[in-house]
Design a binder for this molecule. Structure first.
Ligand code: IPM
Ligand code: MG
Length: 356
């Protein structure tokens, strides 16, 4: 069976890094019999430029038809001043919403080779392996009413019991196959919506007696992530808190250029993207780190395509190139500085070598 993959390179460094992940998928096809068809479509600023819409109907159609989507990045200064609905970010938010990709998995894993790149002391981050599970299709990102008036503006942060239950269940299930600890993050001391969140998560705990549930306020969670990050296993939280905490967690690992993510719907179909943004200042310069996108492709193999063994091959290949000392500029520091394409070639070669 051939897997249908949709590539959405997007803006900025998006095309640079998605090309390298595509190269790695091609290496899997050549050497490990991985059968796939890739199509490419526009999203974000590139789509606004070409079609006047950051998520054209044709892209949505291909996205709904694909087995999985590999996404690069969107946005840039060029589109910052235009009307909100035409901005690149809206394309990403709409595709998340239209495909109901409510469960956003953002693992923060420290590769031992990169311990020096972390802004924290090595002993605080050695062996770090935590997972932030962010609710992605609700909360303040999508709540109404929202409005910007001349002298005031407002947004709304709604969560229903059903929305909290489905993300919390994912959290319990993920914790169950990892370190069996789930920390739910909210602001229940101030917000009604968080009170409901906390009650709902607590009510589910009885179904998962093997998972230890705790609760933490988001301000404390931010502090604990930089104080003692290894106390966590899985963190589950709402859309806005998850956006912020996942950037903090990313930096613990040394470079946001290393972190993949998966956004899944109830059926396990999903969109896979690096956690980092479009970095327009370095677009096309050949210095972007493609590893977060390559690792996102590995998550895609594992979570949507049922190809866990091939995901292992890709992740192993990434570990090998790091062990060989290859480093893009963002993680440089002692290693051998390589370009975006050299990094992609190196991973693809390791993938091929793994077949022999
Ligand atoms: C992310 C990004 C997006 C978000 C932006 C680009 C809309 O920051 O995926 O974390 O806020 O969700
Ligand atoms: Mg973010």
């Amino acid at each position: 069976m051939s897997h249908k993959i949709l590539l959405l390179p997007g803006d900025g460094i998006g095309p640079d890094i998605v090309a390298e992940a595509h190269k790695v998928l091609n290496a899997l096809a050549d050497s490990h019999g991985f059968a796939f068809d890739a199509e490419t479509a526009l999203i974000g600023g590139a789509a606004t430029d070409a079609h006047g819409d950051p998520l054209p109907e044709s892209t949505t159609r291909l996205a709904k038809d694909a087995d999985a989507i590999l996404f690069g990045a969107i946005g840039g200064p060029k589109w910052e001043q235009i009307e909100r609905d035409l901005r690149p970010e809206r394309g990403l938010l709409r595709i998340r919403s239209e495909l109901e990709l409510f469960a956003n998995l953002r693992p923060a894993l420290l590769f031992p080779e990169l311990a020096d790149a972390s802004s924290l002391k090595p002993e605080l981050v050695a062996g770090l392996d935590i997972l932030i599970l962010r609710e992605l299709t609700g909360g303040i990102y999508f709540g109404s009413p929202r409005e910007k008036l001349a002298d005031r503006a407002y947004n709304t942060m709604p969560y229903s019991v059903a929305e909290v239950e489905r993300i919390a269940r994912r959290g319990f299930e993920l914790a169950r196959v990892r370190g069996k600890r789930l920390c739910s993050v909210d602001k229940a001391n101030v917000l009604e919506v968080s009170e409901l969140w906390r009650e709902t998560v607590t009510a589910l705990a009885g179904d998962y007696p093997d998972v230890e549930l705790s609760h933490m306020y988001v301000d404390n969670a931010a502090m604990q992530l930089v104080r003692a990050p290894k106390q966590f296993d899985v963190l589950v939280t709402g859309n806005l808190f998850g956006d912020i905490l996942s950037d903090i967690a990313a930096m613990l690992t040394g470079s946001i250029g290393m972190l993949p993510s998966a956004s899944l719907n109830a059926q396990g179909r999903g969109l896979y993207e690096p956690v980092h943004g479009s970095a327009p200042d370095i677009a096309g310069k050949g210095i972007a780190n493609p590893l977060a996108t390559i690792l996102s492709a590995a998550m895609m193999l594992r979570y949507s395509l049922g190809e866990g063994a091939l995901a292992d091959v890709v992740e192993q290949a990434v570990r090998q190139v790091l062990a060989d000392g290859l480093r893009t500029a963002d993680i440089a520091g002692g290693g051998q500085a390589v370009s975006t394409t050299e990094m992609g070639d190196a991973v693809a070669n390791k993938v091929r070598a793994a077949a022999n």
